[in-house]
Design a protein around this ligand. Structure first.
Ligand code: C5P
Length: 304
């Protein structure tokens, strides 16, 4: 390394599944009040921050061609916001390696924003505490604070106010990835148009997580956005039906979709379900993941 030139920083940041997503009224600010239980799962994006003059974003991996690379990219805005907040010079070249499906309802964009905050904070040596980063994260997007934190958490308000939950066990998921994404605002608009009902909320999920039994959790997975997502993408019903047919414990559309998350009883069960689901041809591709996992963290790339 050249004297005085910081080394690049790489941050790994997970995707999320909403185990419960209860959607309330449309608020005057254009958001809906939520009560949601987030779980961070082991699909990751990596954000690498390298010293540069000005801000740039390059995106690689599946679906990268559909992700903007200018100021419309939430990672760009995250770097800009941190620089403004801490009065840093704010130069950074961001490289994002996508492992989280783009526009898939798993918070890939929010993950990149969370990863960028942690990466730039380390690169610039600004040493923000978690509270400062969380406040910045909440300004960038409703899911960004959770991706900083990871694990399992209850989210309220827009989803950005987080509380600890008691969660036991590790859960094994099979994720059915769709061809093409869904726009989150469009799914919320469909929710309003359909006059969708507000469902039972997170209590059942919170109780199941205390037992640590996947069978209990499977019974209570709930997503109020699911009918809206299916109205925009009717083929999602076939994926959910296929999951039930092949013996998944339960299934739910992830967030605003179109990814469908199927719950398995073990890693072995997930492997079997994934192979069967891939053979049915009801989705573009299949991934496995487990949760909960940690939020955005600097990784030591020299240890690889
Ligand atoms: O906060 P974020 O930018 O991720 O939200 C994207 C869009 O999703 C919002 O503009 C809004 O249309 C919708 N949304 C909502 N209520 C929430 C979170 C998101 O209506 N609580």
């Amino acid at each position: 390394m050249l004297a005085g030139v910081p080394e690049p920083v790489t941050v790994r940041v997970p995707a999320k599944i909403n185990l419960a997503l209860q959607v309330g009224q449309l608020r005057p600010d254009g958001y809906h009040d939520l009560a949601t239980v987030f779980q961070a799962v082991s699909l990751y994006d990596e954000v690498t921050a390298t010293p540069a003059t000005g801000i740039s974003v390059a995106v690689a991996g599946e679906g990268a061609d559909t992700v903007p690379s200018g100021p419309e990219n939430i990672a760009y805005r995250a770097a800009q916001a941190l620089a403004a907040d801490v009065d840093a010079p704010g130069g950074v070249a961001l490289e994002i390696a996508k492992g989280i499906p783009v526009a898939g309802g798993m918070a890939g964009g929010s993950a990149d924003a969370a990863g960028t905050l942690v990466a730039c904070d380390a690169l610039w040596g600004t040493n923000c505490d978690r509270g400062e980063l969380t406040a910045l994260a909440a300004r960038l997007g409703s899911d960004v604070p959770f991706l900083l934190r990871g694990g399992t958490a209850l989210g309220t308000s827009r989803g950005e106010i987080l509380a600890d939950v008691l969660a036991r066990g590790t859960y094994h998921w099979v994720l059915a990835l769709a061809d093409g994404g869904l726009s989150t605002p469009e799914v919320y608009a469909a929710f309003d148009r359909l006059g969708s009902a507000t469902g039972p909320g997170p209590d059942g999920v919170l109780a199941a997580l205390r037992t640590g039994r996947a069978e209990d959790l499977a019974e209570v997975l709930v997503n109020d956005l699911q009918p809206a997502a299916i109205s925009l993408r009717p083929s999602l019903s076939r994926v959910l039906d296929a999951g039930a047919d092949i013996g998944a414990l339960g299934g739910v559309v992830s967030g605003s979709g179109p990814t469908v998350a199927l719950l398995a009883s073990s890693a072995e069960h997930a492997a079997g379900l994934a192979a069967q689901l891939a053979g049915l041809g009801v989705c573009r591709t299949v991934r496995r993941a487990y949760g909960p996992v940690a939020g955005a963290r600097v990784v030591d790339v020299t240890a690889r």
